[in-house]
Design a protein around this ligand. Structure first.
Ligand SMILES: Cc1ncc(COP(=O)(O)O)c(C=O)c1O
Length: 411
């Protein structure tokens, strides 16, 4: 762990920070900062337009970042990788482009109650514009999805798309994607996966999953902010209209109109996030030195310890699966990256503020999941999230501070 933490400038600080907010944003290692710095110093130039040496170096770096992402998620073609500014923008691209073109009054999109607002609002905007229906899939008490409801929705024959998270950013539960994708495809519905959280905690193979779209952000994967990725199956992306208009997304422009460029340029209007894409590729290369097995074993040990410790705190309630399972039978295929909890009579914002003053970073609020919190019957919760660098000492420090805060607020 020391060797991992030493690679993160923020985690080298003294006193050592207790950073349990990686689900909001992971920290960046030196390797990523160095790669971005190297591009700034030796290649900084716009891509796909200059003929000079720097422009070529920059274009090569940018396109090589695309290949790195392609390999990382095992996409068939590099042009199935579209760089966006974020996961949110990638989902909006699907809704605005594919959705506007393919969804009509009476069609339905299925969402789960676990979704982040980024995977709700773009579909609600489409509902307003196109008169489509949104059909919701509820969860069971352990944060698992009600697959029976999904099947009922799909049997209606109206569902054109299932937009689903690969990992809840509140409960840490991972829906059974292969099952969902197979059920949806049997009825001819497409599946768009929100992998914002999953991307840093589990291997993702888009060919094996057979998902139609998949979106994520760099900043939760130890990469810079300002870059996201949309994966789409090539034939789908080819058939979709451009999302944003501007430079570089065209084949031809006249005073009468324009014709769009081929993939991936069609969806990358204007100057793309070049430095950020280079940083994302560096983060992926950096992460690849560790095996997924080691990463998952470590994070799951930490989560197991967290549950163990939190359960000993009186009046603390862990939400979803983590709160209900017994350790001995705990299925960690089901839980990754984070968990959330409430503490009786203590508002989450009060708790995280007190912890924050002690240098302990947790997140409080609805975590951009208001429908899920409504379903849970609470306005807000505290979220503790882990990453490759999280230590047992951090969990111990956090639990100690929660106990102290509890005593202070309710002596
Ligand atoms: C599950 C999930 N989806 C989507 C997003 C949106 O990601 P971004 O804000 O990077 O676009 C987040 C961010 O927290 C998330 O946790």
């Amino acid at each position: 762990m020391d060797a991992v933490r030493r690679q993160f400038p923020y985690l080298r600080a003294k006193p050592q920070p207790v950073y349990l907010d990686s689900a909001a944003m992971a920290q960046v290692p030196d390797a990523v900062l160095d790669a971005v710095n190297a591009w700034e110093q030796s290649s900084r130039s716009n891509v796909h337009r200059g003929m000079h040496e720097r422009a070529e170096a920059s274009t090569i770096a940018y396109e090589s970042a695309r290949s790195t992402v392609q390999t990382f998620i095992n996409a068939t073609h590099a042009d199935e990788i579209i760089f966006t500014k974020s996961c949110t923008e990638a989902i909006n691209l699907v809704a605005r482009s594919w959705g506007e073109q393919n969804l009509h009054t009476g069609d339905a999109v299925v969402l789960s109650i676990l979704e982040h607002h980024s995977n709700i609002v773009p579909w609600q905007q489409l509902q307003e514009r196109k008169g489509i229906d949104i059909l919701w899939v509820d969860m069971d008490d352990e944060g698992g999805l009600r697959y029976d409801q999904l099947e009922t929705h799909l049997q209606s024959g109206r569902v054109k798309l299932v937009a689903i998270t690969a990992l809840s950013n509140v409960l840490g539960t991972a829906p059974d994607l292969p099952k969902i994708i197979s059920l949806a495809h049997k009825t001819g519905a497409l599946v768009s996966v929100d992998a914002a959280q999953a991307i840093a905690h589990m291997p993702i193979d888009v060919q094996e999953l057979d998902c139609d779209f998949l979106a994520f952000s760099g900043h939760k994967l130890y990469a810079p902010t300002g870059v996201g990725v949309l994966y789409g199956k090539r034939e789908l992306l080819q058939s979709m209209p451009p999302f944003l208009g501007g430079g570089m997304m065209i084949r031809n422009v006249t005073t009468e109109g324009f014709s769009p460029a081929d993939l991936p340029a069609k969806f990358e209007a204007g100057t793309p996030p070049i430095a950020q894409a280079v940083g994302l590729a560096a983060a992926i290369d950096w992460l690849k030195q560790y095996s997924w097995k080691d990463i998952q074993t470590h994070e799951q040990e930490i989560l197991q310890l967290t549950i163990d410790r939190l359960k000993s705190i009186p009046a603390l309630h862990i939400l979803g699966a983590a709160g209900n399972f017994q350790f001995s039978i705990f299925n960690f295929q089901f839980l990754h990256g984070c968990l959330s909890f409430t503490l009786s009579s203590v508002h989450p914002h009060d708790l995280t503020e007190i912890l924050g003053r002690k240098g302990i970073a947790l997140r409080a609020g609805h975590h951009c999941c208001m429908p899920l919190h409504k379903r849970l019957g609470i306005p807000a919760s505290n979220r503790l999230s882990v990453g490759i660098y999280t230590t047992k000492e951090e969990i111990d420090a956090c639990v100690k501070a929660i106990l102290e805060a509890q005593k202070k607020l309710h002596p």
